[in-house]
Design a protein around this ligand. Structure first.
Ligand SMILES: Cc1cc2nc3c(=O)[nH]c(=O)nc-3n(C[C@H](O)[C@H](O)[C@H](O)COP(=O)(O)O)c2cc1C
Length: 407
């Protein structure tokens, strides 16, 4: 199938082609956690790039619960005008523009000084790096209802601001994914135990979001095809969850994999095994897509047009691209013009896996920050240099965040 063919979604909306810019946390909020000018400039670069769908990096539903100090939060109408400008810029080239909504749960840094919520008191295990993350507090019934309500409120605000959809982040070890996994969810109430109970939060969030927005507004979920951890959420669990999601009015399901503990989304399983070189989750996704009634998108490792075609030929409706779009924001346009681009970053083969994972993210963020200043990406940047810059930036943003939160 041609990657340049349109996709009709279950709610009647259309995506102009089969390629999406996947969510990549930009860390470019202003000091009030609202979209900054730099963030708007970054999306100007992507808006001209002809991807059919642009997903924002994760936007927090609660400013007390951040994946990082420079993130955007959308919890009330205070900065709605800035979100309107962001939506207008992202849609300027005709793309669908969806806000990815997230709550980090236990995957939040201790030095942000906030109480981390999680299904159970199971802290992140990253060896000597574990202490950097907050000790999670098990959520009460009322905390859980607050989170469901917040997802719905943020989705309604995204629609009001002019975005065309939202994506609920239920992958990568964040809060909803923590509920889904038996390793992190040890609850014995209706939110834990059986898969049905562990999936209750995801299904409640999807249902609350759908009720809070209009029928034309797109609602999507990003789900792990597996966590890549022994005893964790696996492909059989994903298959069952997809069957439950079939009963909800979802417009797109994105399949990914991994978490901070097992960064499979970067091409590494928990034991350091390297996953298939390109389109990491394709094999699993193809099988899972056969049970999904909504269109499925797969993201992870895609950087060549031939691989996009292979993804689409395997019954997947869309291909999501992150890293390659950070290196070449006009990638889809270039492919449509017949250029044989395959943007790639040099692999980081450091022995200390958590550090290598951080450096991989830092090198991509380095490209995003260059684009946000109107510069060309620089894929050959030294990984060590990018990591040091990123850590200094995070330290500054952490100080600003803490100051703002004490006010
Ligand atoms: C810098 C960076 C930030 C990311 N932030 C997010 C995010 O906010 N939400 C999300 O779902 N995935 C996030 N991801 C994961 C990507 O969406 C994608 O699943 C992953 O990078 C694999 O795709 P790729 O090989 O095309 O980059 C991020 C990845 C990178 C490199």
């Amino acid at each position: 199938m041609s990657p340049f063919q349109t996709l009709n979604l279950p709610n009647g909306q259309t995506i102009g082609n089969r390629i999406a810019k996947a969510a990549m946390e930009e860390n470019l909020a202003d000091t009030r956690q609202a979209p900054s000018d730099a963030l708007l400039r970054l999306y100007q670069a992507w808006a001209g790039g002809e991807a059919g769908l642009l997903l924002t990096g994760n936007v927090m539903i609660d400013r007390r619960a951040m994946t990082g100090p420079g993130g955007v939060a959308l919890e009330d109408e205070q900065h709605l005008e800035r979100f309107r400008q962001w939506a207008t810029i992202g849609r300027a080239g005709g793309a669908q523009f969806w806000v990815q909504l997230n709550h980090p749960g236990r995957q939040t840094m201790a030095n942000l000084g906030q109480q981390a919520w999680a299904p159970s008191a199971v802290a992140l295990d990253l060896g000597s790096f574990s202490k950097m993350f907050a000790e999670p507090k098990p959520m009460t019934e009322s905390d859980i209802h607050e989170v469901i309500q917040r997802f719905a409120t943020s989705a309604a605000l995204a629609e009001k601001a002019g975005f065309t959809g939202v994506q609920i982040h239920a992958a990568h070890g964040y809060l909803i994914s923590q509920f889904l996994s038996p390793l992190t969810n040890r609850r014995t109430d209706q939110w834990g135990g059986s898969l049905e109970n562990r999936a209750r939060l995801l299904l409640a969030v999807v249902s609350a979001v759908r009720k809070a927005v209009s029928a034309q507004f797109c609602v999507s979920v990003k789900l792990n095809s597996a966590d890549f951890q022994r005893g964790g959420f696996d492909a059989d669990d994903a298959r069952q969850v997809i069957q439950w999601l079939n009963e909800q009015q979802l417009d797109l399901l994105e399949l990914s994999g991994g978490s901070y503990e097992a960064p499979a989304m970067q091409g590494e399983a928990r034991d350091g095994r390297t996953l298939a070189r390109e389109a990491y989750f394709l094999e699993m996704a193809g099988e899972l897509a056969s049970v999904a009634r909504m269109p499925v998108m797969v993201t992870g490792g895609i950087r060549r047009l031939a691989i996009v075609e292979q993804v689409l030929d395997s019954g997947i409706a869309m291909a999501g691209i992150g890293t390659a779009m950070a290196v070449e924001p006009h990638l889809v346009k270039h492919w449509r013009e017949g250029k044989n681009s395959h943007p790639q970053l040099p692999p980081i083969l450091w022995k200390r896996k958590p550090l290598a994972a951080l450096a991989t993210m830092a090198v991509v963020k380095f490209q995003l920050h260059r684009l946000s200043r109107g510069h060309q990406p620089r894929p050959q940047v030294s990984a060590l240099w990018a990591l040091i810059r990123d850590q200094l930036y995070i330290a500054r943003r952490t100080r600003q965040y803490k100051q703002a939160m004490t006010k």
